[in-house]
Ligand binder design. Structure first.
Ligand code: ATP
Ligand code: MG
Length: 266
């Protein structure tokens, strides 16, 4: 489904004239229908990897292969959900959901119906005509989810989507996401720095080390769903994840290079 093959990413900082390695020789595969969490400390390069998978930026070395094709641009088959919902403030919830369908040339009636169904899936059909400013943070994030689900992407790339929410809302949205995932079996790559979230959601957790990010280990979570957050087995997994997060990865050293007129993304 998604193959990350010897991927490295460097950023050139013009101000200091130095090149920083953010990702270091990453190799892993995500299988179709899997729910994979990418767990790592702040600043280690998780969003950078997601941006590569989305096709927003290119790797400095290595390749990302999605469904047999090399990723070199964004595409409707890969949807991204960011930490902060990025809705158009002048559009209502349903118009926000319809927007991508309009771009895809779907007829007015059909896109209205599909958008309404998508809002239903996230429990927001009663807020279809409300603008984002009148929605709570959790509701805005649910509209974001409805907006990408309506496009039926094969891969959902989620970048700490619930981390700005209070604990209750976060847990509710985690459950909603799991309910949708169990119904659809979409492939999900979910970035988090929260061990509890990773253990509760994932089939498999990829534990990353500090920048330059490389894979420390992977931890499988072979527990059936629905899971109980307080279950002994979940606690065992979170303990293991905490311990693995503390381990240092083995990595090649950062190299300094001289540059001419390059921009800051190499
Ligand atoms: N476009 C860019 N140009 C230069 N440096 C960048 C760029 N994007 C990210 N970086 C650097 O790469 C490193 C990793 O950033 P990234 O956002 O991927 O981390 P993260 O793991 O997502 O962190 P967080 O958990 O805080 O969101 C940081 O040091 C950041 O400053
Ligand atoms: Mg990030």
């Amino acid at each position: 489904m998604l193959d990350i093959l010897e991927v490295s990413k460097n950023f050139y900082h013009r101000e200091s004239g130095q090149e920083f390695q953010v990702l270091c020789d990453l190799n892993f595969r995500i299988n179709e229908g899997e729910f994979v969490c990418l767990l790592g400390p702040s600043g280690c390069g998780k969003s950078t990897l997601l941006n590569l998978a989305a096709g927003f930026i290119k790797p400095s070395a290595g390749r990302l292969i999605f469904q047999g094709r090399e990723i070199n641009a964004p595409g409707p088959d890969r949807a991204v959900i960011f930490q902060d919902p990025t809705l158009f403030p002048w559009l209502t919830a349903i118009q926000n959901v319809e927007f991508g369908l309009q771009n895809a040339g779907v007829s007015k009636n059909e896109r209205h119906l599909k958008a309404l169904q998508s809002l239903q899936r996230v429990g927001l059909e009663n807020c279809a005509d409300v603008r984002p400013h009148a929605l709570s943070g959790g509701m805005r994030q649910r509209v974001s989810l409805a907006r990408v689900l309506v496009l039926e992407p094969a891969l959902l790339l989620m970048d700490e989507p619930f981390s700005a929410l209070d604990e209750n809302t976060r847990e509710r949205l985690q459950d909603e996401l799991l309910r949708i995932w169990l119904a659809d079996r979409k492939t999900i790559l979910f970035v988090t720095h929260n061990v509890d979230e990773a253990a509760y959601l994932a089939d498999r957790v990829l534990v990353m080390g500090p920048a330059p990010m490389s894979l420390v280990t992977e931890v499988r979570v072979p527990l059936q769903r629905p899971r109980r957050r307080s279950a002994f087995e979940i606690q065992n997994i979170t303990d293991r994840l905490r311990m693995e997060l503390g381990r240092q990865p083995c990595c090649i050293p950062v190299q300094k290079r001289s540059h001419g007129n390059e921009n800051n993304q190499t």
